[in-house]
Structure formats: structure tokens, C-alpha cells
Design a protein around this ligand. Structure first.
Ligand SMILES: *Cc1c(COP(=O)(O)O)cnc(C)c1O
Length: 498
């Protein structure tokens, strides 16, 4: 299996090369050159397997330049040992006969990004060896919260790599900040930036674009790389849990083999739901993929009208990991649905860059709507949904998952479709504890409390244990004290590396 760029102007490369490069040289995203098909018989064979065995089976179809033994080592390193707090890795919990929850938050940072960021570094070190790369890889990350910690956990102590994470000093929650500044590992660096997330992100982008500086780094044996969600090495591990959830539902007798189900996915950069699309393309029986947005509903508008317009007000919501106006991975979907027409992709992506808007043709829109449905939830609806799910099912969901459940209700009201639906649950309710505690205990329960006290209060109120990744966080030693001005990000990289 090889990989080609969605923009059509880069040479075809191996999986190892695609993972090492991250983004294609022509600015496009790497996609597999061939279609992978999983038969019903193979699907049936997945049912008795462990999560890790299912993962190895799916991955080997895409990463054909990795041996099965290497893939199984990657899987063990990513999901084995004590890294996840359940041996099932991504368990499915059925709430009613037609509603299940796929819990993607049992990893070290309590959010779904662990599913991919525990795996990417394992792929990357092997990809470095396979492609004859001799430089030390330096991962630079600008984070608004979740990605930074998940990348630190994934790359900590990975040989041949270092990681430097920049976060906006005033732009992340107390819990997120403590998760990052207490990170252990001899190759990890964490820097607080005196600015907002945009300042942080543009500072990091500038470092990547500074040809003189990257040249100097190269002479010293360093190569910069990113861990962002457009890397194929982050997307492919996400395909696995769609198959695994299906296999679990067959195993529990909830559905019959071959029966179609829906998934509803709280969406930001379109990475998670795109993995569901690839699973469907491979033959997983999926009827609808329901794309759930918050007030930043650029994807809802796109799926309803075919117009993608990022020129709109940006809202800070209670589901911050979905506060995104450019969903990068949508490019891969459009490439596949147009029958791989790079000229169309180039036109639309140029329009997006230059004017912030593009319109797809009617045929493409029909294709999108034959698979996807979308709506959004306001913050008020999100908090009401957390409360409702708690009261009805004695089950606790975070704000992102609640957005998905609310949108599913809208889908069912609009379409009357009662197909069994799996909700992708992307964060532990303890990760966004002040919203969750406020929703189920009432706003007065928050008065005068910091996030660490609320973790305990939420646990006491619900009887749910605080996840290991968040327990005792405020008592862990702070290991990272670096601070940089918003225009000193390149200097910070220099100080760390040179
Ligand atoms: C990143 C994230 C999302 C959005 O996922 P995408 O792949 O970017 O669409 C949703 N929920 C949580 C908790 C996340 O961290």
C-alpha cells in the first residue's frame, strides 16, 4: 500500500515516508492509493479477539511496509501495560436497546487523542529507521489543551525524538496546565507562552516556516516535525475502534453480524469521524455518520448546504476541543467523494485560503449527504443533556459527548431513524469537571471551588472514581517552569536545542 497527496502534485510514497513527512510536499494530505476491503467473514473473526489483536489486523492492511511483528509491538507499546485503565482499551457500554457509548477516554490523559497519540510515536520511530533518516526528530506542538498533554505522554522517552509543547499561559484550564507542567520524561519540554492560542500557534508555525532556522537545525542534526491530526499515522489507529465497537456489539448480541448501525461523533478537525468514513468504505456496516458540532457550526452548515464558510464569529464554548473553524481532515473526505479529483481539491482549498469560503458542486454535496447528517448543540442544550443522561441512565458524560447525544436526539426527531447508534465518547467527564459538576449538582455547587476540589466533589456525588491520570494532580511536582513572550517562541526552541 502506498500513499498519494490529495492535491496530486507530490510523488507517491510508502506508509513510513507518509508518517515521517506528516503533510505532503504540495501541501495536501496523504491518502492510501488503494481501497482496503474487510469481508463479513473477517469481521466475524474479529469478534472473539482482544482490542490489540483487532488493531494489528486492521493496521496491517494500511501499513504494509511494517511487519506484523512490528505492528504488534507498536500496539503493545501504545495500548498494553498499564497505560489504559481498562484491558478493553475502548469499551462499549449500551445504555438502551438502540443506544451505546464507545468510551475513548481510558488512556493516560483521559481524552480520545490518546487513541492516536499513543500510537503515532511508535510508528514514527520505526518509520525513521525504515526511511534511513539520521536526524533527531523534534516534535513542536502548539496546544489549546488536550493535544499537548496527549502528545507529551505519547512521545515521553521515545528514542530518537524530543518534544517541545507550547501552551497559552491564560488559555488552558488549571487541570490541563497541571497535566502538562508535571510531565515526566528526559526528552520533553513544556513552555508557557505569554499570549493567547492564536499567538502560540502562529509562533510555532513561524518556526516551521523559517528556512534559515530549519537549515541551521538540520546542520546540527535536528529535523522538525509535528504531531497534528492530519498525519496518517494519527488517523489510521482511529479506524480500529469503529471495527472494535462493531465487534463488541455483535459479541454482546446487541446486533447481528451484517446489521447496519450509525455512529454520532463530536467533531472539530474532522479526524475522528473521517476514520469512521474509512471504516465504512472498507465494508463496516455503517448506515449514517452523524457529525455533531457546537456553536462553531461550520461543518453543520457545510453538510446541509455544500458551502464551507469560515468567515464567522468564533465562540468559546463548554466543549473547547471542538472550537475550530477550519476542519483540516475534510480535505480527505472531499478527495474520496469526488472520485479523487485533485483539481477540484486544489480549487476549493485555494478558495478557502484566499477568501475563507468554498462551495462544492451538487454532485459532491449529494455524496456527502448520502453518508453524513449534521446538527449542532448550544451550551445550554449540552449541559441539559449531561443532566438528562445522568438522571435517565445513571451515566456520566462530558460536554463533548453530550453535544453528540443532543445532536442524535435531533437526528432521530427529524428522520425517525431508530437504527442502533454508537456515540463516540471523547473525554472523561472528570476532564471537563466544572461544566459537568455544574450540570448535575447545580451551579451553586461550583461557588468558591477550584477545579481540583470539584474533581473530588464530582466523584463523591456520583460514586465514580477520579481517573488515574487526574488523581492527585495538584500535588505532583511541577517540572517545567519555562515562559516565553509571544514573539520569543523561536528563541525558546533555540535555547532548548542549540
Ligand atoms: C479533539 C477532540 C474532539 C474533536 O475531534 P476531531 O478529530 O478533531 O474532530 C472532540 N472531543 C474531544 C474531547 C477532543 O479532544
Amino acid at each position: 500500500m502506498n500513499y498519494q497527496s490529495t492535491r496530486g502534485n507530490s510523488p507517491v510514497v510508502s506508509a513510513a515516508e507518509a508518517i515521517k513527512l506528516g503533510i505532503a510536499p504540495d501541501g495536501g494530505l496523504f491518502v492510501p492509493t488503494d481501497k482496503v476491503t474487510i469481508t463479513y467473514e473477517e469481521l466475524a473473526n474479529l469478534v472473539p479477539l482482544s482490542y490489540g489483536e483487532r488493531a494489528t489486523f486492521i493496521l496491517k492492511h494500511f501499513l504494509t511496509d511494517f511487519t506484523e511483528e512490528e505492528l504488534s509491538q507498536c500496539v503493545d507499546a501504545a495500548y498494553g501495560g498499564q497505560k489504559f485503565d481498562t484491558p478493553d482499551v475502548a469499551p462499549v457500554r449500551s445504555l438502551t436497546g438502540d443506544l451505546s457509548v464507545l468510551e475513548l477516554w481510558h488512556g493516560p490523559t483521559c481524552a480520545f487523542k490518546d487513541m492516536a497519540l499513543q500510537m503515532l510515536p511508535q510508528f514514527l520511530v520505526r518509520a525513521i529507521a525504515k526511511t534511513g533518516e539520521t536526524s533527531h526528530i523534534v516534535i513542536l506542538v502548539a496546544t489549546s489543551g488536550d493535544t499537548g498533554k496527549a502528545a507529551l505522554e505519547g512521545f515521553a522517552n521515545i528514542p530518537g525524538t524530543s518534544i517541545i509543547v507550547f501552551f497559552p499561559q491564560e488559555g488552558v484550564s488549571e487541570v490541563q496546565k497541571m497535566q502538562m507542567v508535571t510531565q515526566e520524561g528526559q526528552n520533553v519540554h513544556v513552555v508557557a507562552v505569554q499570549g493567547n492560542f492564536d499567538d502560540t500557534q502562529s509562533g510555532v508555525k513561524q518556526v516551521f516556516g523559517d528556512v534559515d532556522f530549519t537549515g541551521t537545525l538540520k546542520e546540527k542534526g535536528y529535523r522538525l516535525s509535528s504531531a497534528n491530526s492530519i498525519n496518517w499515522g494519527r488517523l489510521v489507529p482511529q479506524i480500529v475502534y469503529y471495527f472494535s465497537a462493531y465487534a463488541d456489539l455483535v459479541k454482546s448480541g446487541t446486533i447481528d453480524l451484517g446489521q447496519a448501525i450509525n455512529f454520532v461523533v463530536p467533531t472539530g478537525n474532522f479526524g475522528n469521524i473521517l476514520a469512521g468514513f474509512y471504516a465504512r468504505e472498507m465494508g463496516l456496516p455503517v448506515k449514517r455518520l452523524i457529525c455533531a458540532s457546537n456553536a462553531n457550526n461550520v461543518l453543520t452548515d457545510f453538510i446541509k448546504t455544500g458551502t464551507y464558510n469560515r468567515n464567522r464569529e468564533f465562540f468559546k464554548t463548554t466543549s473547547p476541543s471542538m472550537d475550530i473553524l477550519i476542519s483540516s481532515n475534510l480535505e480527505r473526505l472531499l478527495f474520496e467523494l469526488t472520485g479523487r479529483q485533485s483539481d477540484k481539491i486544489n480549487t476549493w482549498m485555494t478558495e478557502l485560503k484566499e477568501s475563507g469560503v468554498y462551495n462544492v458542486d451538487q454532485n459532491t454535496l449529494n455524496m456527502v449527504q448520502s453518508v453524513f447528517w449534521s446538527d449542532f448543540a448550544t451550551d445550554k442544550e449540552t449541559l441539559a443533556t449531561i443532566k438528562k443522561v445522568w438522571v435517565q441512565h445513571n451515566y456520566l458524560v462530558d460536554t463533548h459527548t453530550a453535544v453528540a447525544i443532543n445532536v442524535l436526539e435531533k437526528y432521530r426527531q427529524t428522520t425517525g431513524d431508530t437504527t442502533h447508534t454508537v456515540v463516540a465518547s471523547t473525554a472523561s467527564p472528570f476532564k471537563f469537571n466544572s461544566s459537568v459538576a455544574g450540570a448535575i449538582m447545580g451551579p451553586e455547587a461550583l461557588a468558591g471551588k477550584n477545579e481540583f476540589q470539584l474533581l473530588q466533589d464530582l466523584s463523591t456525588f456520583t460514586g465514580w472514581p477520579i481517573p488515574r491520570g487526574l488523581r492527585g494532580l495538584n500535588r505532583r511536582p511541577v517540572l517545567h517552569h519555562k515562559v516565553a513572550g509571544k514573539n520569543e517562541i523561536d528563541q525558546a526552541v533555540r535555547n532548548i536545542l542549540l
